[in-house]
Design a protein around this ligand. Structure first.
Ligand code: PMV
Length: 369
């Protein structure tokens, strides 16, 4: 079992640390094969694969300086979301950082301030936890490297960032890589792991490099059942074991379609996975429903459009009512008018986020405090 615990990684003289700041922008991701069901410390019941998004991202700056007094125990954190204090998020981040002390003991020796902003609404089923937790994990790994020069090698840096992001939110571990990432052990992929994600972009057919993933905001309301609760309910779901086997088998076919550039197989599996995810919610005890009437109406429009036009436009869903539209860049000329004329009326305030496969997180110049 990989833990990364390192009780010796303490600053010998914390008072001499120069105040500084680290900033990362990290994207969200859309799982094509879904992770739904976990055990132990955020370990997945089945492997998953996602496309890394471009526009939907979180921009996080981690400011640090020596603690005024070593008498202040635990994590000393100030947390700002969109420039304003958010007590509920602050409490969660504080708890997360405290849980990371065996891995980053030096966090207890510093005063921290986290400033974070999203380019999209949080808790609306757009996996905001994936971008937020990956951005934070990248900041923490950069801080460790800044203080100890311990993560100089790119692969080691990303692997640890993915491991840390996973502890914050499972799906976040896939966001540290551009294009596409796989999380969970697969027998025919030696480097794959339940503990961190691995990049898959290098094996992707070029058609997927510029693939669109536009997000239709069917509803921006917060989810009635959190992902955490949803994963928990899988433990009592009578279909769970079959589901985990199905995910493995679909994974095998999906990887082949991504390698070959087989958009039809890719799209059919993506839609089947989206509906399976929501079927699992509907068959949990107690059952619940995150889809809205407009989600279903828009799905019908997409199916009819595909049939009539022959264009490979497919949909996916996250754990919420919003729709992801998946299609190759070369048919954007035909899809965009369809979105604007037919699908936007189903969206809240007629809004959507045009997005596409992206190159992954970027480290940015931190702004002065
Ligand atoms: O990372 P979590 O715990 O929020 O779970 C997210 C699960 C899905 O987004 C529904 C699927 C996935 O693999 O991202």
């Amino acid at each position: 079992m990989i833990t990364y615990d390192n009780p010796r990684q303490l600053l010998s003289n914390p008072a001499t640390v120069e105040p500084g700041a680290i900033r990362w922008s990290s994207p969200s991701n859309l799982a094509i094969i879904k992770y739904w069901g976990k055990y132990g410390q955020q370990l997945p019941r089945n492997p998953s694969i996602s496309l890394t998004l471009d526009a939907a991202s979180t921009d996080t700056t981690l400011y640090y300086e020596p603690k005024e007094s070593s008498d202040i125990k635990g994590i000393d954190l100030q947390f700002l979301f969109n420039g304003k204090p958010r007590e509920d998020f602050a409490a969660k981040v504080n708890q997360f950082l405290s849980s990371l002390l065996p891995i980053f003991p030096f966090l207890e020796q510093l005063s921290l301030r986290i400033d974070t902003t999203n380019t999209f609404p949080h808790s609306a089923g757009i996996a905001s936890s994936a971008s937020a937790m990956s951005a934070l994990a990248l900041c923490l790994c950069s801080l460790e490297d800044e203080l100890f020069a311990s993560l100089q090698e790119d692969e080691a840096f990303h692997q640890k960032a993915s491991f840390i992001a996973r502890l914050g939110s499972g799906s976040a571990c896939r966001s540290v890589y551009g294009q596409a990432a796989i999380w969970g052990q697969l027998p025919d992929l030696q480097s794959s792991s339940d503990f961190f994600a691995i990049p898959f972009g290098q094996e992707m057919h070029p058609v997927f490099h510029s693939f669109h993933d536009d997000i239709l905001f069917i509803s921006k309301a917060e989810k009635s059942v959190s992902s955490r609760a949803g994963h928990g309910l899988m433990e009592g779901n009578i279909y769970a074991q079959n589901r985990y086997e199905q995910a493995r088998s679909r994974m095998h076919h999906l990887l082949e379609s991504i390698r070959q550039g087989d958009v039809t197989t890719f799209g059919e599996i993506a839609e089947a996975e989206a509906l399976t995810l929501h079927a699992l919610m509907m068959t949990s005890t107690p059952p619940y429903l995150l889809l809205e009437a407009n989600t279903l109406a828009a799905i019908r429009e997409i199916q009819a459009f595909r049939k009539e036009s022959g264009h490979p436009l497919y949909f996916s869903l996250d754990a919420g009512p919003n729709l992801h539209l998946l299609y190759p860049a070369e048919i954007a000329y035909a899809i965009q008018p369809f979105i604007e004329e037919v699908l936007l009326p189903y969206c809240t305030d007629g809004q959507y986020l045009p997005d596409a496969v992206g190159e992954g997180p970027v480290q940015l110049e931190a702004q002065d405090e």
